[in-house]
Design a protein around this ligand. Sequence first.
Ligand code: GLN
Length: 287
Amino acid sequence: MSASPESPDSPASPGLSIAKALVQARASGVARLDAQLLLAHLLQRNRAWLLAHDDAVLTPPQAVAWTALLARRAAGEPLAYLVGECEFRGLALKVSPAVLVPRPETELLVEWALERLPSAPAATVIDLGTGSGAVALAVKNAAPGAKVTATDASPTALAVAQANAERHALALTLSQGDWWSAVPGQRYGLALSNPPYIAAGDPHLAALVHEPATALTPGGDGLDALRRLIDGAPAHLQPGAWLLLEHGHDQHEAVQALLTACGFGQAETRRDLAGLARCTGAPWPGA
Ligand code: GLN
């Protein structure tokens, strides 16, 4: 990986040039931008360099690695796993198959969280089921004064979140456990989660086989994790604290009803850029 592509005018071997590698990608059905990003990752160069050097030739090991990367991308493996990182709200985050690839629509959860962050100094925030740490780190990055806790049932996921926190020098308190059981006896000024919410058997899951199933679906009707987050919230929220939840496009009415049944104040739903009902939240009474 560290070797640079050979200069095109060094020993006369036909070799695989960058231009040919990109043609090969097109033939494999890999989108041009994905192919450029994969190749840039493989050669440890940026895209501008690739564009300026399309006659540079890959070394034989690079050519072998390229064929393998193309096959994996063509088989639907997320680009983020192949290059080992992805961007979320301006933060380059390490990702591995132990965590969901952060989705752009989840930035909505972060935007809303920043609006509902208590103004008190050292406001406490919890992100339940943090995965890569994306939501928790985006909040901490935008609100450095907040004390942010991030939980996950998976120790492997927490290790990824920890690595991301260190990479950006953002302090998180990490706690392992299933939803609220990770933080016994603790109360927060704001609680957030992007839990698994896809229903068992949803055709959508077939396209997501490379990501951890536990991060995508709780099974059943898809509402189990949301129910547990809502039912456990009263024991963990300070008066006036908001609980903000990402959910599926057809789950906002169910989530609103669960919040109301649990004693929360007036629930609100926000739509993502695609116009889909994406997040629902409500305040715990008493402020
Ligand atoms: N939004 C993701 C998707 O549909 C699912 C994420 C989740 O279940 N929390 O691909």
